[in-house]
Design a binder for this molecule. Structure first.
Ligand code: GAR
Length: 202
């Protein structure tokens, strides 16, 4: 059986690319990205998807009267592809309760910080301004709060004295591209067990 995956994106799509590449090279088995949905029309992620023959759709949030209506349209698209696992890859919106409940324990996000530190936007800038000596990234299940669901994998990187937001973001991103495919592989192989906040890997 092939696991049907959808990916929500807003921008560049380098994490999407790492998932695509790791499905194509066989690291993630028995899984396929059925559709990529963006809330930004010019997201390069849409082009990356199309370059690999993956359906890519822009859904304009401003075309809907409220967030519920907008997310109902997204749900309709996902259900049309029988999506079983929803990945957020640089999707810069907080998901509403409707989608989160529909895909309970089946939504995964990557965040460029060692959660629960530095939730929300500009996580790398928050880390630099706080003066932490290690930073990193987190792959986690999504619940109804922001960047707060059960943690699957984390990876640290050092913060160097001369780091800028860009240099730190780049160092973290290299690790994102490793742990996100690894987490998807673990999910696809049925090796993640969630009890409360705790994810065990078998
Ligand atoms: C990544 O660093 C991702 O962790 C971050 O946005 C970037 C997207 O890059 N996500 C968040 O900050 C979510 N809160 P990409 O479009 O190249 O994958």
């Amino acid at each position: 059986m092939t696991l049907n995956i959808a990916v929500l994106v807003s921008g560049r799509g380098s994490n999407l690319q790492s998932i695509i590449d790791n499905i194509e090279n066989g690291y993630i088995k028995d899984a396929a990205i059925r559709v990529v949905v963006s809330d930004k029309e010019d997201a390069y992620a849409l082009e990356r998807a199309r370059n690999h023959g993956i359906n890519a759709e822009f859904v304009d949030p401003s075309a809907f009267s409220d967030k519920d209506q907008y997310e109902s349209r997204i749900l309709e698209i996902l259900d049309g592809y029988d999506v079983e696992l929803l990945l957020l890859a640089g999707y810069m919106r907080l998901l509403g309760g409707g989608i989160v409940r529909h895909f309970k324990n089946r939504i995964i996000n990557i965040h460029p910080a060692l959660l629960p530190s530095f939730k929300g936007l500009h996580a790398q800038k928050q880390a630099l301004e706080h003066g932490v000596k290690v930073a990193g990234c987190t792959v986690h299940f999504v619940d109804e709060d922001m960047d707060s669901g059960p943690i699957i994998l984390q990876k640290c990187v050092p913060v160097l004295d001369d780091d800028t937001e860009d240099s730190l973001a780049e160092r973290i991103l290299r690790e994102e591209h490793r742990i996100y495919p690894e987490a998807v592989k673990l999910y696809a192989e049925g090796r993640l067990d969630i009890k409360g906040r705790i994810v065990s890997i078998s």
